[in-house]
Design a protein around this ligand. Structure first.
Ligand code: ATP
Ligand code: MG
Length: 260
């Protein structure tokens, strides 16, 4: 058993020797890790250590940053996502992303969810689309709150509802992986608890990786934790081990609040 492959679980996403540069500056150094369906993986580490940068390599969001260059190997079900043959629009549907600040489109609640399935041709009829919208909102724990106001603007919802709408939007295109970059940092404790509960419910159906600065949250929602420091993956293991019995001094210093 290596650090990288912790479980017998088949990896959904598998990164090997990944480096990321912004111009001359290296932000990620030789990171290898597997993300699987069975476990939620938390990425933790001090500000600027590269958590968001690494997360974004997994659906090629760094492509949108002109100075960014990614090397190494990242595979989704064994398929090289940086291959020229990879359709990036398709990839981002398969590997969805939820951001720190909820970012619903300035469209109706219904349209926020229907937009992706329409682009990807997932619904043959209005009835089909209605079904996808209802299922996605239900799975995101939002249906009961919005079913009577589907034509209202997504931006009129509360912050926590907006974040669940963004999760519904990601789910609607039937992704395999959901990447979340500090999805609760703009939310109050009640909205946060709802998202955490949702993450529990989504586990197993999607491979989930979540960046968080909140150690209690990492301990609550994840079964695997990756600790990053200065662009390197210092330690990766079972969340319970990382928090109670870290092998690396740097991990221990971080989780005990000595720096960060
Ligand atoms: N678009 C960019 N252009 C240049 N440098 C960048 C860019 N985005 C991030 N960086 C640099 O890469 C490093 C890692 O940044 P990143 O945002 O991945 O860290 P992070 O761990 O997510 O931090 P935080 O916890 O504050 O969100 C930092 O030194 C940052 O300044
Ligand atoms: Mg970040």
């Amino acid at each position: 058993m290596t650090d990288t492959q912790l479980n017998n679980a088949t990896p959904k996403l598998s990164a090997r020797g990944v480096d990321v540069f912004y111009g001359q500056k290296q932000a990620i150094k030789d990171v290898s890790i597997d993300i699987d369906m069975e476990h939620v993986t938390a990425f933790i580490g001090p500000s600027g250590c590269g958590k968001s940068t690494f997360l974004r390599t997994m659906n090629r969001m760094n492509d949108t940053v002109s100075s960014a260059r990614v090397t190494g190997d990242i595979r989704l079900d064994g398929e090289d996502i940086y291959s020229p043959a990879m359709d990036v629009v398709q990839l981002r549907a398969r590997v969805g992303m939820v951001f720190q600040k909820p970012n619903p489109f300035p469209k109706s609640i219904y349209e926020n969810v229907a937009y992706g399935p329409r682009i990807h041709g997932l619904a043959a009829s209005k009835g089909d689309m209605d079904g996808i919208v209802e299922r996605s909102l239900t799975r995101a724990g939002l249906w009961n709150e919005v079913k009577d106001r589907l034509t209202d603007s997504g931006t009129a919802l509360s912050g926590g509802q907006q974040q669940r709408l963004c999760i519904a939007r990601a789910i609607a295109v039937d992704p395999e992986v959901i990447l979340m970059d500090e999805p609760c940092s703009a939310l109050d404790p009640i909205a946060t608890a709802k998202i955490e509960e949702l993450i529990h419910e989504l586990r197993g159906r999607y491979a989930i990786a979540i960046v968080t600065h909140n150690m209690q949250q990492a301990a609550r929602v994840s079964q695997r934790t990756a600790f990053f420091h200065l662009g390197t993956l210092v330690e990766y293991g079972r969340t319970s081990d990382i928090f109670t019995n870290p092998r690396q001094e740097r991990t221990k210093d971080y989780i005990t609040g000595r720096y960060g």
